[in-house]
Design a protein around this ligand. Structure first.
Ligand code: GLU
Length: 463
C-alpha cells in the first residue's frame, strides 16, 4: 500500500512506516500530501524498508542527483518573444547513463519532473537494463504552437541543456507532447553544437528518433506493445482471456492508441475511450485504426462518432460510437482499464467507481496513493507504471545499443527482445509480490530496489 509523506503513520504496516518520517525530516521534505514527488518517494521508501535497503542508499534515492532549471526566449510567429521554462532532472546513474523522456506540456512542474525521474530509475532497474533515471520538459502548450514555433522551442531548449546531456551521459527521449520529429531537432541541434563535427556520433544523444536518422524499428509502438506483452503474460492468472475481453483506454495518444490497436488485433474489444476533448463509448468495439487515423487528422477523438467513413469492405467506421460523460466512461464495465494519459487522474473518487478487474498503467503515476488504497480494497489488480509502460525505455535501450554498434535490428528481433524483457519483468514482479506479500506496485518497486541495492553494495559509495 502506498501512503503519503504526511499520513505515513496511518499505514497498516507500522513497522515499516516507522522508518519513513526521519528521512523526510532529514531531507527537509515539504509536508504536502498532494505533492507528487513526496508521494513517489514515500512509496519508494516503503519498498526500501521492505527489502532492507541501507539508510545511505535510501537517502541517495530520495533526492535526484542533479536538477537543472532553465529559462530561454523564443521568437513566436507574431514577432514577440516568449520566455519558456524548462527542466532536466537527473535522478540516478548508478546503473548506467541518465535516461528518460522530455515532456512539452502546460503542467510541467519541477516536483512532477523529479517524481517522473525517480520512476525512470526504478523502471530501468526493474527491467534490468543498464540505464539510470532522468526526466525533463518545457512548460508550453504544443497544441497551440505552430510547427515552426515547436521547432524553435525544441532547438533553443536543447542549446540551454546541451552541457548536461550527452550520448553516454544523459539520453532524452519522447514523452507527453514530444515525438520522433522533436527528437530529430534535438539530435540535430546537439550534433551541430558539439566540438567534433566530423562525426555523427552526437545523434545518439536522444532515442525515439525517426528511423531515417538512427531510430529503432518498433520504437514508436514500443510502450503500447510493452503494455500488451505484460497483459498477455499476466491476464491468465486473473482468469481473463484476451479474446473478446472488454477494454477502456484513457488517452488516445501514442501509448493508448498503440495498446488499443494491438489488443484489438489480438481479439479484444476497445469499448470506451477518453482524451482531453471528451469520452466515447462503442459497445461493439471501436475500429481502432480508424479512430487513430481520425485523431491524427483532427487532433482529438471529438466528432469521431459523426465521421462515418466507409472501409473497403463497406463498413461504417463510426457505427455504434456515441459520446458519454466522464463519469460514465469510468463506470463502463470492462475487464481491463488502461490509463494512458497524465499522472494523478485516478483519485479516491474515480477509484471508487471504476468498473474494471485489472488496471494496466500505460501512463506514469496515473493513480494517486489514495486511489491506490481504494482500488486495493475493491480487489482491483493494478499493474504499475514502472512495469506496464517500461516497453518504451526498453526499446530506447535497444536503439542506443544499435547506434553504438552501427547495427540495425529488424522489427521481429526488436519485438522478440522486448517481449523477453517484459515477460521477465512481469515474472520478477510476481515473485517479489509473493516473497514480500505486498500489492503489485510495491512488489515492482521492491524488485527494482533489490537490484539497485545490489549495485550499490558492489560499487560502494565514493570516496
Ligand atoms: N518517456 C518514456 C517513459 O516514461 C520513455 C523514456 C525513454 O525512452 O527514455 O518511460
Amino acid at each position: 500500500m502506498s501512503t503519503t509523506a504526511t499520513n505515513a503513520s496511518t499505514d497498516a504496516n507500522q513497522a515499516s512506516t516507522a522508518a519513513w518520517d526521519p528521512i523526510f525530516d532529514e531531507l527537509n521534505f515539504p509536508k504536502d500530501p498532494d505533492n507528487m514527488y513526496a508521494q513517489t518517494v514515500a512509496t519508494m521508501l516503503h519498498g526500501a524498508e521492505v527489502v532492507g535497503l541501507r539508510h545511505r542508499v535510501k537517502i541517495i534515492l530520495a533526492q535526484p542527483k542533479n536538477e537543472l532549471m532553465v529559462h530561454f526566449p523564443v521568437k513566436m510567429n507574431d514577432g514577440h518573444h516568449h520566455l519558456f521554462k524548462g527542466y532536466r532532472v537527473q535522478h540516478n546513474n548508478a546503473l548506467g547513463p541518465f535516461k528518460g523522456g522530455l515532456r512539452f506540456h502546460p503542467d510541467v512542474h519541477l516536483d512532477d519532473v523529479k517524481s517522473l525521474a525517480l520512476m525512470m530509475t526504478l523502471k530501468c532497474a526493474l527491467v534490468r537494463i543498464p540505464l539510470g533515471g532522468a526526466k525533463g520538459g518545457v512548460k508550453c502548450n504544443p497544441r497551440e504552437m505552430s510547427v515552426d514555433e515547436l521547432e524553435r522551442v525544441a532547438r533553443r531548449f536543447t542549446s540551454a541543456i546541451q552541457h548536461v546531456i550527452g550520448p553516454d551521459y544523459d539520453i532524452p527521449a519522447p514523452d507527453v507532447g514530444t515525438n520522433a520529429q522533436v527528437m530529430a531537432w534535438i539530435a540535430d541541434t546537439y550534433q551541430m553544437s558539439t566540438n567534433d563535427r566530423t562525426s555523427t556520433d552526437g545523434m545518439r544523444v536522444v532515442t525515439g528518433k525517426p528511423v531515417e536518422i538512427g531510430g529503432s524499428l518498433g520504437r514508436n509502438k514500443a510502450t503500447g506493445q510493452g503494455v500488451v506483452d505484460v497483459l498477455v503474460e499476466m491476464l491468465p492468472a486473473f482468469g481473463i482471456p484476451i479474446e473478446d475481453m472488454r477494454v477502456s483506454v484513457q488517452g488516445w495518444g501514442n501509448v493508448g492508441s498503440w495498446a488499443g490497436r494491438i489488443l484489438q488485433k489480438l481479439g479484444a474489444k476497445i469499448v470506451a475511450v477518453m482524451d482531453h476533448s471528451g469520452c466515447l463509448l462503442n459497445e461493439d468495439g471501436f475500429d481502432t485504426e480508424a479512430l487513430t487515423a481520425y485523431c491524427q487528422e483532427h487532433g482529438s477523438i471529438a466528432g469521431f462518432e459523426k465521421a462515418h467513413k466507409t472501409t473497403g469492405s463497406g463498413k461504417d467506421t463510426s457505427k455504434g460510437a456515441q459520446p458519454i460523460s466522464l463519469e460514465d466512461f469510468y463506470k463502463t464495465r470492462v475487464d481491463v482499464f488502461i490509463p494512458a494519459a497524465l499522472e494523478q487522474m485516478i483519485k479516491a473518487e474515480e477509484a471508487s467507481y471504476i468498473n474494471c478487474r485489472v488496471i494496466a498503467e500505460g501512463a506514469n503515476g496515473p493513480v494517486t496513493p489514495e486511489g491506490d488504497e481504494v482500488l486495493e480494497k475493491r480487489g482491483i489488480h493494478c499493474i504499475p507504471d514502472i512495469l506496464a509502460n517500461a516497453g518504451g525505455v526498453t526499446v530506447s535501450y535497444f536503439e542506443w545499443v544499435q547506434n553504438k554498434t552501427y547495427h540495425m535490428w529488424d522489427e521481429e528481433r526488436v519485438d522478440a527482445e522486448l517481449n523477453r524483457i517484459m515477460v521477465m519483468a512481469a515474472r520478477r514482479t510476481l515473485v517479489a509480490k509473493q516473497k514480500y506479500d505486498v500489492p503489485m506496485r510495491q512488489a515492482a518497486y521492491c524488485s527494482a530496489l533489490e537490484h539497485l541495492g545490489a549495485v550499490y553494495r558492489v560499487r560502494g559509495i565514493f570516496p
